[in-house]
Design a protein around this ligand. Structure first.
Ligand code: AMP
Length: 184
């Protein structure tokens, strides 16, 4: 049983690593960003509501993403574990998640923080060239990360062991390090 929460700034490589590990372990990779982008593409009510926030690099309101995650975590394929990527992103979301996991009997998750210096993050985001990766939006997303999401590092370190990984290495090296801490 593997349940993992991935923390780290945008551009840290969370998505790539989470996907690789989830494939390897045969458990769902739950990325709130991916679900929102899919909703946007399909023009679902959720996608439409989320668009203006995503385009600006702002966070989508907690309630919207919380409902989305709840719906995802009650599905059957989560019984063997999951990797959460991009959620929680605020302390409010973390409190919500803790209560939800309690209700679903899915506690015992590992929290991994992917450490990457600012310069690397900016270079990677500019390289990636996603629609919400213009320089202005990147700057805003990093600000939002610092003010809203970085506090989760303290939040989790004060309640459970926070596993810290050096994300400033090759893809393969990061994957190897992650596997070591996650399966142990
Ligand atoms: P990501 O793919 O994780 O970088 O997410 C892309 C965008 O989706 C973010 O910039 C936010 O606008 C939105 N988003 C994804 N996850 C969350 C979340 N947990 N809370 C609020 N907004 C989110």
């Amino acid at each position: 049983m593997t349940r993992v929460i991935f923390l780290g700034p945008p551009g840290a490589g969370k998505g790539t690593q989470a996907k690789t590990l989830a494939d390897d372990l045969n458990i769902p990779h739950i990325s709130t960003g991916d679900i929102l982008r899919q909703g946007l593409k399909d023009q679902t009510p959720l996608g439409v509501k989320a668009q203006s926030y995503m385009d600006k690099g702002e966070l989508v309101p907690d309630q919207l993403v919380e409902e989305m995650v709840q719906e995802r975590l009650i599905q059957d394929d989560t019984k063997l574990g999951w990797i959460l990527d991009g959620f929680p992103r605020t302390v409010n979301q973390a409190v919500f998640l803790e209560q939800l996991l309690g209700k679903l009997n899915q506690n015992g998750e590992k929290v991994v923080n992917l450490n990457v210096p600012d310069e690397t993050v900016i270079a990677r985001l500019l390289e990636r060239g996603r629609k919400d990766d213009s320089e202005e939006v990147i700057r805003r997303r990093l600000e939002v990360y610092r003010s809203e999401t970085a506090p989760l590092i303290d939040y989790y370190s004060s309640r459970q062991t926070l596993l810290s990984i050096n994300g400033n290495q090759s893809l393969e090296e990061v994957t190897a390090e992650l596997k070591k801490v996650i399966v142990s």
